[in-house]
Ligand binder design. Structure first.
Ligand SMILES: [Zn+2]
Length: 406
């Protein structure tokens, strides 16, 4: 991608509306556009990051036996009245009537909708187990919309639902999702902790939260200063007795054993191998995708800008071309890097070196390659590692060997 032809526009000044570090950096680096308070559009840079996160999620969900679907965002309120959650979630649900006076809502979550699908199609134990998931926009009339993508009224979520014949089956599905979640967050470059949590409005018995430590976090965990373990309650460490210190955390994922809470009320039954009618045993598993990218932005940056992990960065390489006479060389190097599976943003704009460096640091791709006068005199380019700041000169062929393939 040539910067001169791209829809990438960084801001020269710090945005006035920014509420936290990730919000400020994502606005300033031109990743997101604030439509209105709590409502955002994803511009090309953010969309590239989101697509990378989505691909990581899909890879691990599919290899754990998940099947992707896409449910409607519009849901009849009737479905929610059945479980009583129209009242539980009344404050955050966007509800309205259509032209036929039908009561609808924009889905804040999809337990009712997916249970309805299972009810319609499943009749026998032979059709179980299965795991369905989707990547979709959710809507919440958020009373505390803030911190940009961290808490917004419209956000991207991956939600998965498991359907089993019994508790043992649910335990196995839950274990699969638990492992998949660990792999997903690790691959996204997040330093996370897992805490057993209160199932709250979702119902069910057991749940686990996946949390990332950050000062703007709205959840609290208590960390042992001795052994480093995290706990839900304050006091002293049950393992080593040392004092626990409170840490603010961002919740990026939450998994629940729902059991038969939804299947009983919505009558999603199956016939077992003896012909006995039983409720399907369910689990649900969520990842706040837009929150994942703001959590990464929140914890991975420096005074110059964002620092993306290579697994989800918008591009692998920012190639700064310092003079128009280097265009042919820059395009040649870009082609060769792309042959290695790497994505390259060539800064060929008619801008000063200072502006180009500033933007490359701000956007935060993992490798910055600088092609300047030394390319003409010695046929070398400089490579800077965005995270470590390490710099090295290379002949183009050496550079291609140095940067790992994708
Ligand atoms: Zn301890």
């Amino acid at each position: 991608m040539l910067f001169s032809e791209s829809f990438i526009f960084t801001l020269r000044q710090d945005p006035k509306t920014a509420e936290c570090r990730s919000h400020q950096l994502l606005l300033k680096a031109g990743f997101i556009h604030m439509v209105s308070s709590g409502i955002y559009s994803y511009l090309p840079l953010a969309w590239r990051v989101l697509s990378n996160v989505n691909n990581i999620i899909r890879k691990h969900m599919n290899s754990s036996g998940g099947q992707e679907i896409l449910m409607s965002a519009l849901q009849p309120l009737e479905m929610w009245q059945k479980t009583g959650r129209d009242k539980d979630l009344a404050e955050i649900m966007f509800t309205f009537k259509d032209r036929k006076q039908r009561q609808l809502c924009l889905g804040p979550t999809h337990e009712e909708a997916v249970t309805d699908i299972a009810k319609r199609f499943v009749s026998s134990y032979k059709q179980l187990p299965f795991i369905l998931y989707q990547i979709q926009t959710k809507f919440r009339d958020e009373p505390r919309a803030r911190f940009g993508l961290m808490r917004s009224c419209e956000f991207l979520m991956k939600d998965a639902y498991s359907f089993d014949i019994d508790q043992k089956g649910l335990d196995a599905s839950y274990e699969k999702m638990f492992s998949a979640y660990k792999a997903i967050f690790k691959e996204c470059g997040l330093d996370f902790v897992i805490s057993e949590a209160d199932p709250g409005a979702m119902g069910g018995t057991i749940s686990h939260e996946f949390m990332v430590g950050a000062d703007i976090g709205e959840d609290l965990l208590f960390c042992c200063q001795g052994c480093g373990k995290f706990f839900k309650d304050k006091g002293s460490c049950p393992d080593c007795g040392r004092l626990l210190e409170d840490k603010k955390m961002i919740e990026v994922g939450h998994i629940f054993k729902l059991g038969t809470k939804y299947s009983l009320v919505q009558e999603a039954y199956y016939l077992d191998n003896k012909g006995i009618r039983k409720p399907i045993v369910m689990g649900c598993y969520g990842i706040g995708i837009s929150r994942v990218i703001s959590a990464v932005a929140e914890v991975s940056s420096d005074e110059k800008g964002l620092i993306w992990p290579s697994s989800i960065s918008p591009f692998d390489v920012s190639l700064i071309m310092l003079d128009e006479s280097l265009r042919a060389g820059a395009l040649d190097l870009k082609d060769k890097l792309e042959c290695k599976g790497l994505s390259v943003l060539v800064d060929d704009r008619n801008e000063s070196a200072g502006v180009k460096f500033k933007d490359a640091y701000l956007i935060g791709n993992p490798y910055i390659v600088i092609m300047g006068k030394k390319y003409i005199s010695e046929c070398t380019v400089d490579l800077e590692n965005r995270k470590t700041g390490e710099k090295k000169s290379f002949q183009p062929e050496e550079l291609l060997r140095f940067i790992p393939d994708k």
